[in-house]
Design a protein around this ligand. Structure first.
Ligand code: SF4
Length: 235
């Protein structure tokens, strides 16, 4: 590994990697889930859960020079994140020149290069929040194994296609920023006020967040103030 990683957080302060995706979708959504303990499935999250359950059924599998681990627990004390990887594929290293990217595995010889794969429902698409979540898993692997992980992939269930994601500086920086924002949000203990947006209709929390009704409620104090001043000024 290059620079020494600073370990900023204690185990009990770790937050779920999956929360990064909620945060990037809407900070209020992340706060409702993490601070207020709300979670509601909609068609999108329900389909995603089924896909994840299938993925987590088998723990390990061998295919020639490939070892597949499902549901591996990951954590980073630097980012303050933890979670389970859908799949981490370990490819046996043919060239020892790349040993800084590989690790040993129990009960099997050789060096093995990890490659995280995150399962997503739906069609193939570029979604930065998915890439950030995947890269966060890679950074956990790097910290836990003291190696470098250069790429992973998003697997789209409906399309049955993989999208390879290189972990360059840009995406790594985005993970750092998102993890810090997530911890700041949780430390504040404050759920951001509602901001209705077009994507609310895709949000599984719409029925508990009530974006339309809650944004109207913000106008009530303004309305009362105005009504009171009108009354005071009335002749
Ligand atoms: S309904 Fe809209 S404002 Fe509320 S949490 Fe979801 S995306 Fe955010």
């Amino acid at each position: 590994m290059g620079d020494k990683i600073s370990l900023v957080y204690e185990e009990e302060e770790l937050l779920p990697i999956s929360a990064l995706q909620h945060l990037l979708f809407c900070e209020r959504r992340a706060a409702l889930i993490l601070l207020e303990g709300l979670w509601q499935d909609n068609i999108f999250t329900a389909e995603g859960s089924v896909l994840h359950e299938q993925v987590h059924q088998i723990e390990t599998e061998s295919r020639g020079s490939l070892r597949i681990a499902r549901g591996l627990w990951l954590r980073s004390l630097h980012l303050g994140l933890c979670g389970r990887a859908d799949v981490v594929e370990f490819q046996r290293l043919a060239d020892n020149a790349q040993r800084s990217t590989a690790t040993t595995l129990p009960d099997v010889e050789g060096l093995w290069q990890p490659f995280p794969v995150e399962y997503k429902r739906g069609r193939l698409r570029n979604e930065v929040s998915f890439e950030i979540q995947l890269c966060a898993q890679a950074l956990c692997l790097e910290e836990m194994l003291s190696i470098q992980v250069f790429a992973g992939a998003l697997y789209y269930g409906k399309a049955r296609r993989r999208l390879e994601v290189p972990f360059n500086h840009t995406i790594r920086d985005k993970v750092e920023v998102a993890a810090k924002r997530l911890h700041a949000l949780v430390s504040s203990g404050i759920t951001p006020t509602v901001r209705p947006q077009a994507k609310c209709r895709l949000c599984s929390l719409i029925d508990v967040c009530l974006p339309a009704a809650m944004s109207r409620r913000k106008d009530v104090p303004k309305y009362l103030k105005l009504a009171y001043s009108l009354e005071e000024n009335a002749i």
